[in-house]
Design a protein. Structure first.
Ligand SMILES: N[C@@H](CCC(=O)N[C@@H](CS)C(=O)NCC(=O)O)C(=O)O
Length: 206
């Protein structure tokens, strides 16, 4: 299998962290240069019609896009350590948190960077200051709420590390490009971020 990624891109990083946490070394990674528009070629669109990474290409040529769908596939192939839930309730509970982290936290953080950082102008060709500012506000409200949630448990979906932590930290780390990271005003979120650094997934460069 081949995983198409770009260095420092947050959505491919979700899959790379997921693979690292499972100690999988059999998936080849192929780097795509987003600044040069390699993801917009016809050849790449045949794998990913929306010109997005990550893409997981199976040995028979079938392709999966969407980082969470790729993780679902990998979880089914290599179930241990479990990152997505072991029974009906836990699977749904982790999905609930993962969707919150993606839709309400990581996507706003990424949109803030995409629309607010001149280094992303080649990728986000319609950068809009209002979009950056709206998403910054949404992300910062969510960071405050998450900080209060993490006052009473270790990880986002409960007492163990899951895909929801990976989804959230990829957004958080991407926002370093806009000079934001959880500081002393968000002590529980900061403690959570620091704890990830000690794990296998935390060794994947941001
Ligand atoms: N929902 C998709 C989002 C994928 C995505 O936005 N990928 C970015 C890189 S982090 C991308 O391919 N950007 C290229 C572009 O927008 O032109 C997923 O989770 O995989």
């Amino acid at each position: 299998m081949k995983l198409y990624i770009a260095p420092y891109a947050p959505n491919p990083r979700r899959v790379i962290m997921f693979i690292a946490e499972k100690s999988i070394s059999s998936i080849e990674t192929v780097s795509i240069n987003l600044q040069e528009g390699q993801h917009r070629t016809d050849a790449f669109k045949a794998k990913s019609p929306l010109s997005q990474i990550p893409v997981l290409e199976l040995d028979d040529g079938r392709c999966l896009t969407e980082s969470r769908a790729i993780c679902t596939y990998i979880e089914a192939l290599i179930p241990d350590p479990n990152l997505m839930g072991v029974d009906a309730f836990e699977r749904a509970h982790i999905e609930m948190w993962d969707r919150r982290m993606e839709l309400l936290f990581s996507v706003p953080l990424m949109m803030w960077v995409r629309h607010g950082n001149p280094m992303l102008a080649a990728v986000e060709r319609n950068q809009t200051a209002e979009v950056a500012s709206f998403n910054q506000g949404q992300a910062m409200r969510m960071a405050k709420w998450l900080n209060s949630e993490l006052a009473s448990r270790e990880w986002i979906a409960g007492d163990r590390f899951t895909i929801a932590d990976i989804t959230a930290v990829c957004g958080v780390d991407f926002a370093k490009m806009n000079r934001w990271r959880p500081g002393d005003d968000l002590p529980h979120l900061k403690r959570w971020r620091d704890a990830i650094a000690t794990r296998a997934a935390g060794q994947v460069a941001a």
